[in-house]
Design a binder for this molecule. Sequence first.
Ligand code: APR
Ligand code: PHB
Length: 389
Amino acid sequence: MRTQVCIIGGGPSGLLLAQLLHNDGIDSVVLEKRDRAHVLARIRAGVLEQGSVELLRRAGVGARMDREGFVHAGTFLAAANRGFRIDFEARVGKSVMVYGQTEVTQDLYDARDAAGGTVIDRADRVTPWGLDSKAPAVTYLRDGREHRVTCDFVVGCDGFHGVSRTCIPPDVLREFERVYPFGWLGVLSETPPVAEELIYANHPRGFALCSMRNAGLSRYYLQVPLSEPVDAWSDHAFWDELKRRIPEDAADRLVTGPAVEKSIAPLRSYVAEPMRWGRLFLVGDAAHIVPPTGAKGLNLAFSDVHYLHEGLAAHYRDGSDAALGSYSDRALARVWKCERFSWSMTQMLHRFPDQTPFDQRMQESELAWLETSVAAQTALAENYVGLPY
Ligand code: APR
Ligand code: PHB
């Protein structure tokens, strides 16, 4: 099979890039390792920056998001049983859209199907070849037979555990990493959200987050030690602990119910440089991971997609490779700013095992400053709604 752009990974990054390329008349093939049902069952964060919202609309996949998503003009932070609100609209004149990543991925699959796009699932042993030549190719196994896709460019949208990043020679690839000494225990429950906006809570027992998907579906998280298996948390234990960590008025209002999904995710900050090698481009989780405090993972993947789409469009439209040449630098400039924000939110809101009384006071005073300073609130709001592309 021959295509212009071979995209490895059919998560949100790969599908959005394929859709944007299709709109410009550029042909692509998406190779996804898992079956579609598995990809569509994954539960991830649910906050879209304004830039992500606009990109989805531009790609022609924003209709259901605009109908069913919730615009949030602010968020609550809580500490020491007191909450305060950061008003995004008042501080920076922008808002975010609460709409689950699972829904975004579904909308992207629907759009690819409607356009007759080629998305091959259950593609096993996907292997790129000739990435430093002018004629790269990607081979894969499906139903026991080997297939080969020849192309102009290969794009690695295959997440943190994908194959693409491993193709960059070790003497070229630089990796930067911080692994956090705790995880997030997430619960999805068919109950009304406890508040109209999100609540990020710093508590001596650990961080807690109240989020939502819609009026009847809530998403909650607790900071937990990674040594505890998810089975150690009964629904009852989860709700009990959540009530302890959020402000009393919210705990009193909280409606509990059976967990329809419960899982523990580790927290990591990670960046790989460069994001281009020869004819290979890395996008999204394949190149970088942020801890979920601040909900930047998907949004950061989408800004990569935006830069790469511009580069590929210029290549095929006017034969100019300037934007492709600057892809890695442009993407990384924004990646590092979002890494900094996600790291600082994580640092400010979690309990660390080695936290000293001094560190504790630093956290408290940072939150106290945020509560009273318009400048501090503006800085948080600017990052939360999304830095410009
Ligand atoms: N071959 C083909 N596909 C692969 C391979 C491989 N070797 N390895 C992984 N994949 C697929 C995965 O099954 C997954 O569907 O690549 C896809 C990567 O998707 P994501 O991990 O969702 O990454 P990405 O599309 O970059 O999305 C950005 O933002 O909120 C964060 O982590 C969250 O998924 C989110 C991400
Ligand atoms: C979520 O709704 O799953 C969510 C929201 C905000 C975050 C992380 C996760 O910062």
